[in-house]
Write a protein that binds this ligand. Structure first.
Ligand code: FRU
Length: 491
């Protein structure tokens, strides 16, 4: 993780000497916790309106969260569990928080789902719907939802190795029971963690991908019942770290021609084949994120229309004075497309965002000369911006958001912002940018989502909301559509 690189040698030394260690850039300095007391959360509705509270990105009602966990759809609800500290604004006491949504946009936070116990605190993992009752947990009319998570044994009393456990719910995720036979996967390697489980229909088995706790090392396991697991193959991923994902996608929408994507924490991924046992990469390592704040993402199991939808932790954002800490990306749909460079993964905001559209401002086929700004006078702070521009004589095309600049460099064919730069090639002399602006985050999808940049920021509220300008010479705006968005908390 980003912060990890910044950790000085002395901090590392202290960390090691005092028996602490670092996962995902946080220093895990929490005392062993055993059974945490159930924590309740505040019911103060006003808190969703604080000045830096994202208005269409998921945040925990209060306190710290990091990775999305247990993403699964069941009977009309998208479940979003998350790494949560129910008792503090910083990382610690890892518990699975829980929220549901019927549209991937409006979220309702429910009671926390899975608490630490004698095996450890509850680190990241996934969830499945056990339609065939393979684990035998079913008691009533609902199919059980089974969560598969990591026991961070390091934080148990007395400390234990990291293992994997399961818990189930027979009431659509409202109440949870841990399996009495936990853990279901014994320690395979120090700090092994982050099981992603899914049903593999051709082999009629559950598959788990697991991080082995050491950079570059992942493994794949099989199970018939979610309780007994067998390690069947390993995956080497250069410098890969935490939160593996493995999913299938049609190539250019063709269901008869599919590939598998092996994804890990920072968004770098491999495209290849998976035969139910072994993943065989066919690509080099590809980048899935070019910005600063996107980590530990996961995709939903069982989305009814077959879309592969992803959400990630916008790791590292800062929100001074707020009772919440951290936010998620807006959910994105993944597709695999043939490009001149070979197959590439594209990510684009899910269409459900349209439910938030308010006013639309539209410009088309008009030149933009230096000194002009078509966005002058625009009010607001939540936006979905979609534009196609032909740079022509311009040297740069600049979009300023509350004083933060995204700059397209025409000659370099790069897009830069917040100290990060990504290659954005013009096609037919044009570039296409889609930009989502929330109060404290900006997500850029360039060239239909081939390049993604995710940023958190603290807005300068005295600054202009949006400004679009060029330097050097005139550009031609082919299309510029700006939609003001409704807050998900406004109803
Ligand atoms: C990734 C991660 C995971 C771990 C969890 C702990 O951000 O470090 O590897 O399970 O966060 O909160």
């Amino acid at each position: 993780m980003i912060d990890r690189r910044r950790m000085s040698l002395s901090v590392l030394l202290i960390t090691v000497l005092s028996g602490w260690f670092d996962v995902g850039g946080r220093i895990m300095a929490e005392p062993p916790s055993g059974n945490a007391a159930k924590a309740s959360f505040s019911s103060d509705e006003a808190l969703y309106h604080e000045i830096y509270r994202p208005q269409f990105h998921f945040t925990a009602r209060e306190n710290w969260h990091n990775d999305p966990n247990g993403l699964v759809w069941y009977k009309g609800e998208y479940h979003l569990f998350f790494q949560h500290n129910p008792r503090g604004i910083q990382w610690g006491n890892m518990t699975w928080g829980h929220a549901v949504s019927t549209d991937l946009v409006h979220w309702k936070q429910l009671d926390h789902a899975i608490y630490p116990d004698e095996h450890g605190t509850i680190f990241s993992g996934s969830a499945v719907v056990d339609h065939h009752n393979t684990a035998g947990f079913r008691t009533g009319d609902e199919a059980p939802i089974v969560a598969v998570f990591t026991y961070a044994g390091r934080f148990a009393k007395p400390p234990k190795p990291f293992t994997q456990g399961i818990a189930y719910s027979n009431d659509r995720g409202r109440t949870w029971h841990k399996y009495e036979g936990n853990p279901v996967v014994d320690n395979l390697a120090p700090n092994n963690r982050d099981p992603k489980v899914f049903w593999h229909e051709p082999s009629k088995r559950w598959i788990m991908v697991l991080y082995l706790g050491q950079r570059g090392k992942f493994t794949i396991l099989h199970s018939n019942n979610l309780k007994q697991w067998k390690r069947v193959s390993d995956v080497e991923f250069p410098n890969g770290h935490e939160c593996p994902e493995l999913f299938e996608l049609p190539v250019d929408g063709n269901p008869n021609d599919t590939r598998w994507v092996f994804w890990q924490g920072d968004g770098r991924h491999l495209i290849g084949r998976f035969d139910g046992t072994r993943f065989t990469p066919e690509s080099e390592v590809l980048r899935g994120e070019w910005g600063k704040n996107c980590y530990a993402g996961q995709t939903w199991n069982d989305v009814p229309d077959g879309r592969r939808i992803f959400i990630a932790w916008m790791a590292g954002g800062r929100y001074p004075g707020m009772r919440f800490n951290q936010q998620m990306t807006f959910p994105r749909r993944f597709t695999l497309r043939t490009t001149d460079d070979g197959l590439r993964l594209f990510a684009y905001p899910v269409r459900e965002i349209e439910g938030l559209y308010r006013r639309k401002h539209k410009w088309s086929d008009q030149p933009l000369s230096p000194g002009e700004d078509p966005l002058e006078g625009l009010q607001g702070n939540l936006w979905d911006i979609d534009f196609v521009v032909e740079p022509r004589d311009a040297r740069t095309v600049d979009l300023d958001i509350r004083g933060n600049r995204l700059r397209y460099d025409v000659q370099q064919q790069t897009l830069s912002g917040f100290g990060k730069t990504a290659p954005v090639a013009a096609t037919g002399g044009k570039i296409h940018l889609r930009v989502l602006v929330d109060r404290t985050s900006i997500e850029v999808f360039a060239n239909e989502g081939r390049i993604v940049m995710s940023f958190c920021y603290v807005p300068d509220l005295t600054n202009r909301p949006l400004k679009l300008s060029v330097t050097g010479g005139a550009a031609q705006i082919e299309k510029l559509e700006i939609r003001a968005l409704r807050s998900i908390w406004s109803e």
